[in-house]
Design a protein around this ligand. Structure first.
Ligand SMILES: Cc1ncc(COP(=O)(O)O)c(C=O)c1O
Length: 381
């Protein structure tokens, strides 16, 4: 896939020069344009006579179109959800399981993509199989080895949230389909920074909370629903999900028919006037940059960081098994206590997840940020 390396984009964000923020996997900063759009939306509610019925739908459709371009799907395949867990609950509600079947997850997977499956397994007599963390970081082979006739659902990320190790969903998808199993993808730690193509991977459901790599506000998410599931059961029955909701004068002509595509799965009060304009402008900026360009630009940056980390004696996972936007650093003698807090005092922001220091940059990070990171990381060795 061809790509263009992107120049530094810090000017589009409100980040003081002495802040080295390597924590996009925790929460991305909002773009200046997203803040301005969100403020305009909030302001509009102070004068509600300016809000028209079509305003209830227009930003949602902008988001559907932009998210579809990120998912490589159609706008009709996208539902607007408030969180990853909400999207995963829709998937669980619409997938049938029988006793003895298995749901596949990864060791130390994010809890929003665990609890929902535990509940479904308990309800249906199915079981959960947790793929142990492979010593060589090759999750893909570890997952492939486990898929069999007992597999009903694989609930997987595209990369592991603790350290960015990759799960090759393109390789896993066809094997699942051969066994009649479904793929539910939690893309919260990848969508927007790691290319994902629904036409190739063919997930049944794929969800992403938008406040990380999609640069959106908190409490926003996008859910891809494959066409074969689009007549499924919604979690709630709100008026906007029904056919003809655009005509506010006829809402009590109750409708059995839903809006088309995945819209029936939208969260109630979909038209969040402050959050949706902010999310739409963030997604549109991501499309302007191009997801593959973001991934390759960040891969170069994490490659530099990995090399310097190795120079300090830290362990870094094999680049063949990690995504370009993510880096997990391990200390051979174990993680020093209080590391993240000490770094934060020096305006260096990373996360500690499990036994790894998670370093997750974006296009706002500069070489000065990287120097600052190593100046203070060096004192911890
Ligand atoms: C992999 C993954 N999924 C989901 C989430 C967020 O889940 P939710 O939107 O349910 O709060 C996170 C947050 O860190 C995450 O890392």
């Amino acid at each position: 896939m061809g790509f263009t390396l992107l120049s530094n984009q810090r000017a589009l964000f409100d980040i003081p020069s002495d802040i080295a923020y390597f924590n996009c996997a925790y929460m991305s900063p909002l773009l200046r344009c997203a803040v301005a759009a969100g403020l305009r939306g909030m302001q509009a509610k102070s004068q509600p006579w300016s809000i028209t019925p079509s305003d209830f739908f227009s930003d949602g459709e902008r988001i559907r179109a932009a998210a579809a371009a990120v998912f490589q799907a159609r706008g009709d395949d996208v539902a607007l959800v408030p969180s990853a867990s909400y999207g995963l609950a829709i998937a669980a509600r619409n997938l049938a399981l029988t006793a003895g079947q298995e749901i596949l997850v990864l060791a130390e997977q994010f809890p929003s993509n665990i609890y929902v499956w535990r509940e479904l397994a308990a309800r249906s007599g199915a079981s959960i199989h947790t793929v142990p963390r492979p010593t060589d970081n090759n999750w893909t082979d570890a997952v492939l080895e486990r898929i069999g006739p007992q597999t009903a659902i694989a609930a997987l990320p595209h990369c592991h949230w603790t350290d960015g190790t990759l799960v090759d969903l393109e390789a896993i998808g066809p094997i699942l389909r051969n066994h009649g199993a479904t793929l539910v993808a939690d893309l919260t730690q990848s969508l927007g920074a790691l290319p994902f193509d629904c036409r190739v991977i063919k997930p049944d459901f794929a969800v992403a909370a938008c406040y990380k790599w999609l640069l959106g506000p908190y409490s926003t998410g996008v859910l891809y629903v494959a066409p074969q599931h689009q007549d499924g059961a919604a979690l709630e029955h709100n008026w906007m999900g029904r056919a003809g909701a655009q005509n506010f004068t006829r809402l009590v002509d109750y409708q059995d028919k839903f809006q088309h595509g995945a819209r029936r799965f939208d969260v109630g009060e979909t038209a969040n006037f402050a959050l949706l304009p902010a999310l739409a402008s963030a997604l549109e900026q991501i499309l302007t940059w191009g997801v593959v360009n973001i991934q390759e630009t960040l891969r170069l940056m994490t490659g530099d960081i990995a090399e310097r980390a190795r120079g300090l004696g830290l362990q870094v996972s094999d680049p063949a098994y990690r995504s370009g936007h993510f880096l997990g650093l391990r200390f051979p003698a174990g993680l020093p206590d209080g590391l993240a807090t000490r770094l934060a005092k020096q305006h260096v922001y990373v996360s500690v997840r499990g036994d790894s220091v998670r370093v997750t940059p974006h296009l706002y990070n500069t070489t000065d940020d990287i120097d600052r990171l190593f100046k203070h990381l060096g004192k911890e060795i």
